[in-house]
Design a protein around this ligand. Structure first.
Ligand code: ZN
Length: 433
């Protein structure tokens, strides 16, 4: 069995929880002492770190939001002086200042080891050649996987993003065995190979580590079939550490969260209440080992659920399901939580490719209605009327089976959906609420 850190990945739960509690107390002391933001918050509540006697006491503490990080830009959330920081990364900020995240030497060491866990869990060994097609820069993705692969002793090809033909040439010539990229880029690579007349199976690829964006099971099957590799998912949050929060094992049945380094909670995004085990809600993370940039109850905005049942791989760590959406784009229709990603998946699996679409929600009388409008791509457009109808019927059935909500689906001409800054407005909610 390929387990990087047997001692922590297969811990008896009681011991794990004891370790979490000790590390939580140390982290709370650290932020209370060194981060004005947290000291003020704790003082407002009359809370001192010694008040934490069990993991459940964590719920007494307030959440940390991305907005809090923005307000404390750039270094306000650092818990160590800058001279102890050896690396600075940042997360995206399209409309405002980015978030600045710091790492001490020890943070980088732990980060590398956390990433090595899911790489090894996917089957990577020191014999592999790992081609990293993430962007090297302020973002965390490329560096995290880079360090993880080096920790395992694999050979790293720090390719960076883009330049698809060169990526393919390097795969052929260097005999790349592991591809690291976003899942959508993996499909783009497959398509380009097809156009270039290259059979992906003639390459040496055997493992794909994909992350950085949500993706469906259907997409996994497509990537695995087209590229002839085993594809696993991993999860990271740049404000929390980057990649290395959680990763799949070869059971491909949820991502093991590295609970010796993070405490996960699932909350109701509206009320902030912690939800019972197994519920779907927003993932909240508290870091347990980080020195430079500890986070207490950080709201990730990602929607998932946790599975505490024993995994066949032998790891005892809880598994999180694939991210099904973001709290910022969750729709509540007739009391049901609906995520654009569910609709996207339905279209994807019926069309066998992605198609631009828009979701329109309206209130007709007392009832909310859900309309999905799909732009006709060449592929679907070339179908006969009869086949177009059956395509619409398939999409409709799939959406109903996933969401349980009746839906009307229609096709429109290519490029006719309204766009803002080149991007389709994905959700139009016309309800007055
Ligand atoms: Zn497992």
């Amino acid at each position: 069995m390929n387990i990087w850190d047997q001692a922590h990945e297969c811990m008896v739960r009681e011991e794990l929880e004891q370790l979490q509690l000790e590390r939580l107390q140390a982290t709370l002391n650290r932020v209370h002492k060194n981060v004005t933001f947290y000291r003020n918050k704790f003082n407002e509540l009359g809370f001192i770190p010694e008040d934490i006697r069990s993991r459940a006491d964590l719920t007494k503490l307030p959440f940390t939001s991305k907005e809090d990080l923005r307000v404390n830009y750039p270094y306000g959330m650092f818990a160590v002086p800058l001279r102890e920081v050896v690396r600075i990364h940042s997360s995206s900020g399209t409309t405002s200042k980015p978030i600045v995240v710091g790492y001490t030497k020890n943070d980088i060491r732990i980060w590398s080891n956390l990433v090595a866990r899911f790489m090894m869990a996917a089957g990577v060994t020191h014999d592999d050649l790992v081609q990293i097609a993430f962007s090297y820069g302020l973002f965390t993705g490329a560096f995290g996987l880079h360090y993880g692969a080096e920790a395992i002793g694999a050979s790293v090809i720090p390719m960076g993003t883009g330049n698809t033909e060169k990526q393919i040439m390097i795969m052929q010539d260097y005999k790349t065995t592991v591809l690291v990229s976003t899942p959508s880029y993996a499909l783009a690579l497959a398509l380009r190979m097809e156009q270039m007349g290259i059979d992906p199976k003639s390459l040496s690829l055997r493992i794909g580590l994909f992350g950085g964006e949500p993706w469906s099971e259907k997409m996994r099957q497509d990537i695995e079939t087209k590229l002839g590799l085993s594809a696993t998912d991993n999860y990271g949050v740049s404000e929390v550490i980057g990649p290395g929060v959680a990763g799949e094992c070869q059971c491909k049945n949820g991502m093991h969260i590295y609970e010796d380094a993070f405490i996960p909670e699932i909350i109701d995004p509206k009320s902030g209440n912690v939800l019972p085990r197994g519920s779907v809600g927003e993932l909240v993370l508290t870091t347990l080992t980080k020195e430079a940039f500890p986070m207490i109850r950080y709201r990730t905005r990602d929607i998932t659920s946790l599975d505490y049942s024993q995994c066949e791989c032998g790891r005892t760590l809880v598994r999180m399901k694939k991210i099904t959406g973001r709290t910022d784009d969750m729709l509540i229709i007739r009391g049901v939580n609906v995520f654009p990603s569910q609709i996207e998946e339905a279209i994807y699996s019926a069309a066998k490719s992605s198609a631009p679409y828009q979701i329109v929600v309206e209130r007709k009388g007392a009832m909310d209605s859900l309309d999905v409008i799909i732009e006709v791509t060449g592929e679907i457009f070339s179908l006969e009327l009869q086949k177009q109808r059956s395509f619409l019927e398939t999409v409709k059935k799939r959406i109903i089976s996933v969401t349980g909500i009746d839906v009307s689906v229609k096709l429109v001409e290519a490029k006719s959906l309204p766009r803002e800054g080149g991007k389709i407005v994905r959700v139009v909610d016309k309800r007055q609420m």
